[in-house]
Design a protein around this ligand. Structure first.
Ligand code: BDR
Ligand code: CA
Length: 330
C-alpha cells in the first residue's frame, strides 16, 4: 500500500533533513532552507556526487559559517553501493564544488555520527514529522534504510532531486546524474514504503536562473548572496553548452522548495517508477508508468512515487529574492 503524502504542513516550522553533494545548486538549496522561517533545518548529511562526501561536508560547513548557522553536518558515504565513485563533476561545479570560489573554511567539525545515522537519529527524535530532502545520489538514504528498516514509518515524506520521467537524461541519454550516481541506492529508495516525490529533469530544466538574476545576487547587500553569485559564474558557463545562453537549471533549490511545501507542483501524478539497474544503456534511468497519471484514485497498482511534471510558480525570482535577504554572519 502506498503511504499518502502528508498534505497540509504540521504546526510550526517544518523539521527538515537535507542530504546533499554540495555543489553549486546544492549550495542554493542549503541557504534557501536555512533562511526560510517556515523551515527548521535540523541536520545536513553529505554524499559523494558532485564532489566526495568529505569535500561536500567542507563546502556545507563553510556555507553555513557564512550565514552563522550551527546546523549539524554529517559526512556520509564515500562510495556508491555497487559501483566506484566516478570522481565528481568538476566541469560543472568546479574542482572543489564551489565553482572555483575559495570559501573561508569553517573551524567547525562534522558531526560525530555519519550521515545515515544522523538521519536515523533525527527521524527517531521527531517520529512522523521529519521531511527528508535529497539533492545528491541516494546512497546515504539507502544505507539508512538498511540500518533502520523502520525508517519509512518514522519520516513524514521524502523528496528527491533526481530522475526524468519524460525528459531526456543529463549524464546519459537515459539517466539523470543523481540516479546514475548510485542506481542501486535509488532503487532501494523507490522501493521503500514512504511518501516519495521525484523532482526530476522534467521540471528542473524548465526553472532557470539567468545572468540577470546573477547580477542581482552579485550586487546584493549581504555577503551570502554575493558569494552565491560568484559561484554561479562557473555554473552559467557550463550551461551555455546546454541551453546556448548563460542561464542554469535550478535542480536542487526547486526540489528543496517542493520538499518543504513552499512550492506546490501544478501537475504531479502518483505512479509507479522503477529504476533501471541493468548494465545496459538505460542504467540509472527512471521508468515512470505515466499510464496512471490521469486518475489519483483508485491508485495505479504499485504506485510508489509522486512525479512532478509541472510547476507554474516563477520560482527563480522567489529564490533570488530569498537569497538576497540572508544576512551574513558578521
Ligand atoms: C543534479 O546533479 C548535480 O550536478 C546537481 O547538483 C543536481 O543535484 C542534477 O542532475
Ligand atoms: Ca546536487
Amino acid at each position: 500500500m502506498t503511504r499518502v503524502h502528508p498534505g497540509p504542513r504540521d504546526a510550526g516550522p517544518i523539521k527538515t533533513y537535507l542530504d546533499c553533494d554540495t555543489g553549486i545548486d546544492d549550495a542554493m538549496a542549503l541557504l534557501y532552507l536555512h533562511h526560510r522561517p517556515e523551515v527548521d533545518l535540523l541536520g545536513v548529511g553529505t554524499v559523494s556526487g558532485n564532489v566526495t562526501s568529505a569535500q561536500a561536508a567542507r563546502n556545507t560547513l563553510a556555507l553555513l559559517e557564512l550565514v552563522g548557522s550551527s546546523t549539524p553536518v554529517a559526512v556520509g558515504e564515500r562510495d556508491p553501493l555497487a559501483q566506484a565513485f566516478a570522481g565528481g563533476a568538476p566541469s560543472v561545479h568546479g574542482r572543489a564544488g564551489t565553482g572555483n570560489v575559495q570559501l573561508p573554511p569553517s573551524a567547525r567539525l562534522p558531526h560525530e555520527l555519519d550521515a545515515p545515522d544522523l538521519l536515523i537519529r533525527l527521524a527517531r527524535e521527531h517520529p512522523g514529522a521529519l521531511r527528508v530532502i535529497a539533492t545528491g545520489p541516494l546512497t546515504n538514504l539507502a544505507v539508512a534504510l538498511r540500518r533502520e528498516p523502520e525508517l519509512p514509518g518514522l519520516v513524514a515524506e521524502v523528496t528527491i532531486m533526481g530522475g526524468a520521467a519524460l525528459a531526456p537524461g543529463n549524464i546519459t541519454p537515459a539517466a539523470e546524474a543523481n540516479i546514475a550516481g548510485d542506481p542501486e541506492a535509488a532503487a532501494a529508495v523507490f522501493a521503500a514504503d514512504w511518501p516519495l516525490t521525484m523532482v526530476g529533469l522534467d521540471v528542473t530544466m524548465q526553472h532557470r536562473l539567468t545572468e540577470e538574476h546573477r547580477g542581482k545576487l552579485l550586487t546584493g547587500e549581504h555577503e551570502p548572496a554575493r558569494v552565491i553569485g560568484q559561484m554561479l559564474d562557473r555554473y552559467l558557463d557550463f550551461y551555455v553548452g546546454i541551453f546556448g545562453v548563460r542561464g542554469c537549471a535550478l535542480h536542487d533549490p526547486l526540489a528543496a522548495a517542493i520538499g518543504v511545501g513552499l512550492v506546490v507542483p501544478s501537475l504531479a501524478p502518483t505512479v509507479r517508477v522503477e529504476v533501471d539497474t541493468t548494465t545496459g544503456p538505460g542504467r540509472g534511468g527512471t521508468v515512470a508508468d505515466l499510464r496512471g497519471q490521469y486518475v489519483d484514485y483508485p491508485a495505479q497498482e504499485g504506485a510508489n512515487c509522486r512525479v512532478v511534471l509541472a510547476v507554474d510558480d516563477a520560482f527563480a525570482d522567489d529564490l533570488v529574492a530569498t537569497l538576497l535577504q540572508i544576512p551574513g554572519a558578521g
